[in-house]
Unconditional design. Structure first.
Length: 552
């Protein structure tokens, strides 16, 4: 088998191609390989075209490839749309009950006949196709069965009969080597991993209104809220979401909210309120192609400028853009702790590619996040919710713990009473400005900029968020340096300029049309020599970006 294998399985929405892709990925993970899954689907319940691309490698991989080594088709449209992406040695496995195709490199498997022969359900055709693929690849039945036993929660025995029937129908055409098991690696989406990171930091409540691609967070936390003791609440709209979260945080609960660009726009006023009344919370903004409703189930990085500038008045906040599941876990937990340390809202900025792609997650990172207590009131003297301290951070208490606790969306004095006197207004503004200054100093103690690839290279890629994955794979392949600022506000100027020492040429990679990170870099006199921008609602593929950088 090739060292770097790309598999595509596709069909109509409702045929289960996404579930089948996850089963394939878990099969390869069980065989000791690293995997990455890119899921592509339309905003439809049935019909249309959906597919998953599974990249399999002996070494960690962080992006998908356009070129396909195995094409698994549940319908004719999958072949029609992706045949042009096949490599010369590619193999096609298709459902011969509804697809007419003739090629020496293809195999037909009558999925309808297989399923009906054991009195299975039509949806089980996806498992039949996966099983046939496993047989052709040389996977042993017992290895496949172990994975199916774990993955199939509904009608397991019937699904296994379907799988066994399909397995016997085909012959082995390839040979896959079983590698040493990677027990420290799990498969998680970015939405799942960031949820776990927040839980590790002590998350109490999650509020959301469903909005792709952040909806997976809501589903995951709702499914496991009893196990993790995290109350998950779906509100009537995004305005209700953030106002409820502010109220819960005021009462002492660690809260997080999730949305996409349009929902975040509705939260903007309340976000400013959280800065004014110094309420800690984490806001997850999972970008999709925009503006407006945009392309709801597809990818884009067009909200960076909005996230950095959201809110009216003098506002600073932590804005972090993780590039994979490991970072999503770490920074979700880190941000929750930082928000409570500085009593300020923070933004975790991701996108569809990070939210919904499936990564090889290193579970050893689980111990890097622990809940941290905020600066609590010691019970002495009168309680001043907005006490004017040297750092700008006031000791905090909560209703029901003794003192009267006031919160105000207006400018206020130390007690929390509304004020308009210019001296007092200036005093409280300067209190918050000192806090923002402390946040900037905090950045110097964090690994806000990461460097990968050939660290001595004079040519560097700068990427942010989900573009990290393909940029990292390309940097390794082309022996380039990758500079990845994960913390974008307060901007880590010293760290990024240190990373750029010795670099003569810079290529900026973003999935938006305005080079929004490029505009931020320009403020610090960092001018890329080349901008590689993509804005077709799709993420970069490894081979696509490699071609664009091959002559850099």
């Amino acid at each position: 088998m090739k060292k770097d294998l790309s598999i595509l399985i596709g069909g109509k929405a409702g045929q289960g191609s996404r579930k089948a892709g996850l089963v394939i990925a878990r099969l390869f993970k069980a065989l000791g390989y690293y995997v990455f899954i890119y899921d592509d689907y339309q905003s439809l319940i049935k019909g249309g075209h959906s597919f998953s691309k599974i990249r399999v490698c002996k070494k960690p991989v962080y992006s998908h490839k356009n070129k396909i080594d195995f094409l698994l088709a549940l319908d004719q449209n999958t072949i029609d749309q992706h045949e042009k992406e096949l490599t010369k040695q590619a193999k096609i496995l298709y459902d011969s009950s509804n697809i007419t195709f003739n090629s020496k490199k293809s195999t037909g498997l009558n999925l309808k006949e297989v399923v009906e022969s054991v009195k299975g359900k039509e949806i089980m055709q996806n498992i039949a196709l996966v099983s046939g693929f496993a047989k052709e690849l040389g996977v042993k039945w017992q290895d496949l069965k172990k994975v199916l036993d774990k993955e199939l929660t509904k009608k397991k025995e019937l699904n296994l009969k379907v799988a066994k029937k399909a397995f016997k129908k085909l012959d082995q055409v390839k040979k896959i080597n079983k590698l040493k098991s990677k027990k420290d690696i799990k498969l998680l989406t970015g939405n799942e991993s960031l949820s776990l990171g927040a839980i590790k930091a002590g998350l109490d409540l999650y509020f959301a209104y469903p909005m792709t691609p952040a909806t997976g967070i809501l589903h995951f936390l709702a499914q496991y809220q009893k196990e993790f003791n995290v109350k998950t609440i779906q509100m009537e709209n995004e305005i209700g979401v953030i106002n409820a979260a502010i109220g819960a945080s005021f009462a002492g609960s660690k809260t997080m909210v999730g949305t996409s660009g349009g929902g975040f726009a509705l939260m903007a006023e309340a976000f400013s309120v959280a800065v004014q009344n110094e309420t800690p919370l984490v806001l997850v903004e999972s970008q999709r192609m925009s503006p407006g409703s945009g392309v709801p189930t597809y990818n884009g990085q067009g909200d960076l400028s909005f996230a950095l500038n959201v809110g009216h008045g003098d506002i600073e906040k932590f804005v972090v853009a993780p590039g994979d599941a490991n970072e999503a876990f770490y920074w979700a937990g880190k941000l929750l702790n930082l928000s409570w340390k500085y009593q300020n809202p923070s933004i975790l900025l991701i996108d569809k590619e990070v939210s919904e792609s499936t990564f090889s997650f290193n579970k050893n990172i689980l111990n890097k996040i622990k809940p941290k207590k905020p600066k609590l009131w010691n019970g002495n003297n009168d309680y001043l919710r907005y006490k004017n301290t040297k750092t700008g951070i006031s000791p905090i208490s909560f209703p029901g713990q003794g003192p009267t606790v006031k919160s105000n969306s207006y400018e206020h004095n130390e007690y929390g009473l509304t004020i308009e006197d210019p001296k007092q207004v200036k005093l409280m503004q300067e209190k918050r400005l000192r806090k923002f200054k402390a946040m900037k100093k905090e950045v110097q103690n964090l690994k806000a900029v990461k460097v990968y690839g050939n660290k001595n290279s004079k040519k560097a890629i700068i990427a942010w968020g989900s573009t990290k994955g393909p940029a990292l794979d390309v940097a390794k392949a082309l022996n380039l340096k990758l500079i990845f600022p994960v913390l974008l506000q307060p901007f880590p100027e010293k760290q990024i300029k240190q990373a750029l020492k010795g670099v003569k040429k810079i290529a900026l990679v973003e999935t938006n049309g305005l080079a929004q990170l490029g505009k931020v870099l320009a403020q610090y006199s960092i001018e890329p020599n080349k901008e590689i921008l993509k804005y077709d609602a799709r993420p970069f593929a490894f081979d696509e970006l490699k071609n664009k950088l091959s002559n850099f």
